[in-house]
Write a protein that binds this ligand. Structure first.
Ligand code: DLL
Length: 432
């Protein structure tokens, strides 16, 4: 394992033939096994047999996060539940999470994709890799873990939360690789610097993703830790981390195109855009069994290049992400939709659903504050009462988004009203 040259360096004509065969197969499976998707196709009058070329994908309807929400929890599973061996979940737009299920084949395919990414970062069976993404419903921890085991690396399931222990074990074990969010790696680097321990580490490479970051930040991490830092991308709906990753040339992220067919569309018109143009990334899963998704709108903004890379790989490359076409925030690697905060507020009768979300970066860690208006007419001069409501709001928000939050209650009508779209978010983080 595992520079899978046969696949990763395949002639494009050969790759496209494989993609077409698998596209026809997945469209047929979705049509036969998923009522919601069959209804969508029937509505536009397309049958699986209409897919004769890759370009015919443009005839197919898109899928969105709301399709997963409307079919919560298992209505998007295309196989009997007895064939599902793992379930993960990510943030939905309101109180309920987006649920994803994997068959044994899906887990193997996912592990192979992550293994390819780790290999792109120069890691292999002689390495000791600390996985410091969260383990649990989030796909980061287990996703990176299985890929790391597949390349034969000694895999350390650190998870998140105890930086001191992580740093101690990084030194004691002589860890050579780390998988975690870029902001967390920067925090780890600064912890090592402050403790004067940089010279004690053996780290060679990292794979970082799950949140937006910049080329400057990547270089800063490389300089501080003397490593090669790689950008890994993925989303739970596709499988998790490992949909794409950059190689040692850092000229875009190689898509695992034998499993995920990318398109770039204009987020307004949904019309396809040309190579090099920035738009919304749309993916079709070509092989996934548990939840096949056709033309899934990721909401991530990027551009694509089909030029062969200096490394020899022929797969399409997507550029570093330029933002999103919706209002999702990523805070400490966790996806947060303003509508989730609103759902939490609606459960507390003493507050109005008028709020402002303030995100800041202190050091390298994100902080989240939510200012909430008390309901009009509510007069709470008792400090104890104010404290009780503040705690209840904070608890409700934390239960839904899974992150601790500072809540500040403010006077009725004090949050600025907008004539147009309400401005709910003040993101003070400067990504440079
Ligand atoms: O974040 C999967 C993942 C885990 C990727 C670990 C990489 C590493 P979700 O929680 O479903 O899945 O969030 C997916 O995170 O649509 C992007 O907006 C954002 N995202 C993920 N990777 C990157 C990246 C995981 N490298 C959402 N750069 C996606 C920018 C990223 N944004």
């Amino acid at each position: 394992m595992i520079w899978n040259k046969e696949i990763e360096c395949m002639e494009r004509s050969e790759l496209e033939a494989l993609q077409l065969k698998n596209l026809q197969d997945v469209v047929t499976r979705a049509y036969n096994n998923l009522k919601y998707y069959r209804d969508k196709m029937d509505k536009v009058g397309v049958k699986p047999s209409d897919i004769k070329t890759l370009k015919d994908i443009e005839k197919l309807p898109f899928t969105t996060k709301s399709d997963l929400r409307d079919n919560y929890p298992f209505g998007t599973f295309a196989v009997p539940q007895s064939e599902i061996v793992r379930i993960h979940a990510s943030s939905g737009t309101t109180g309920k999470p987006t649920v994803v299920g994997y068959t044994k084949f899906d887990i193997d395919m996912w592990s192979e994709c992550v293994a390819r990414c780790l290999t792109m970062a120069g890691l292999g069976k002689d390495d000791i890799i600390q996985v410091a993404y969260g383990y649990g419903l989030f796909t980061g921890g287990l996703g990176a873990h299985y890929g790391s085991e597949l390349i034969g690396a000694s895999t350390v399931p650190m998870s998140t939360g105890n930086t001191k222990k992580l740093v101690d074990l990084m030194i004691d074990f002589g860890a050579t690789g780390i998988a975690c969010t870029p902001s967390y790696l920067l925090h780890i680097a600064e912890t090592l610097e402050n403790e004067g321990l940089i010279d004690k580490i053996k780290l060679k490479a990292s794979i970082n993703g799950a949140e937006p970051w910049t080329e400057n930040m990547r270089k800063m991490i490389e300089e501080k830790l003397h490593i090669s830092a790689h950008d890994i991308y993925g989303l739970s709906e596709m499988m998790g981390p490992g949909v794409a990753c950059d190689c040692i040339y850092h000229k875009g992220l190689h898509v695992c195109e034998d499993h995920f067919l990318p398109e770039i569309v204009d987020p307004e018109t949904l019309k396809p855009l040309a190579e090099g143009e920035t738009g919304e990334l749309v993916f079709t899963t070509l092989t996934k069994e548990g939840i096949p998704l056709i033309r899934y709108r990721t909401r991530d903004l990027t551009s694509i290049s089909y030029e062969k890379c200096e490394c020899g790989r022929t797969s399409a490359r997507i550029s570093r992400f330029k933002g999103r076409s919706d209002d999702m925030l990523i805070i400490r690697g966790v996806n947060v939709f303003p509508s989730q905060i609103e759902t939490a507020l609606l459960q507390v009768k003493e507050v109005a659903p008028q709020y402002l979300i303030i995100v800041e970066r202190q050091g390298n860690l994100d902080t989240l504050e939510v200012q909430v208006e008390l309901s009009s007419g509510a007069l709470f001069d008792e400090i104890r009462e104010i404290e009780r409501i503040t705690k209840e709001v904070a608890k409700n928000i934390q239960q839904i988004i899974g992150l601790s939050v500072k809540v500040k209650l403010v006077e009725p009508n004090s949050i600025e009203r907008s004539m147009g779209k309400a401005k709910r978010v003040l993101d003070k983080r400067k990504l440079s």
